[in-house]
Design a protein. Structure first.
Length: 189
């Protein structure tokens, strides 16, 4: 389902789900490479996306293949955000693997290209993923963020996520230490 936002002066943001993405051969053929460039550039710039060093193209392709397999099994959702014809962001959640935790999912990645901030992509991606989770019967959607990522933490709070825990100075990047902040959104209500 396409979701378009953006003001008159801003380029339209189009958010597509995994199945729409894969049905468009042109977008599907470029997706892994474009996603790699976004993720590697962000990590090289210090973004907290689960890597200390930028991931390689094969690692990103394997990651995305696994997420798409989980989407097809009903255990995940993947969204891609486009500004015009250019992939500018992506995000996904996956169900917890333990049988007792199946109604819950973790928003594992949300990434917006450095040059695409200010267009509402993070908000559009997160809102779409929350709605996907609701439709999939997810009861609680969780995520974690590095404590210095105040922009993301404000976004998540504005979309109904609440902090439920914090590990002080848990994330080590060289000599620097950051809090790991845990957030959740209860979708049962």
């Amino acid at each position: 389902m396409d979701q378009e936002t953006g003001g008159a002066a801003a380029a339209a943001v189009v958010v597509v789900d995994a199945l729409e993405l894969l049905s468009d051969q042109r977008r599907a053929a470029r997706f892994a490479g474009e996603a790699h460039r976004i993720l590697a550039d962000l990590v090289a710039g210090g973004a907290a996306l689960g890597w200390v060093e930028p991931p390689g193209p094969d690692e990103v392709a394997r990651l995305l293949d696994g997420v798409v397999d989980a989407v097809r099994a009903g255990d995940a959702a993947l969204r891609a955000a486009y500004l015009g014809d250019r992939l500018a962001g992506l995000g996904y959640w996956q169900r917890y693997a333990r049988p007792t935790h199946r109604p819950h999912a973790d928003l594992e990645k949300l990434a917006v290209a450095a040059g695409a901030h200010g267009h509402g992509l993070g908000r559009a991606l997160t809102a779409a993923l929350v709605e996907d989770a609701r439709r999939a019967g997810i009861e609680v959607l969780t995520l974690d963020a590095r404590g210095d990522n105040t922009r993301a933490l404000r976004l998540y709070a504005s979309l109904g996520f609440t902090e439920y825990g914090r590990l002080p100075r848990f994330v080590a990047v060289g000599e620097r230490r950051y809090d790991k902040v845990f957030c959740m959104r209860d979708l049962r209500g």
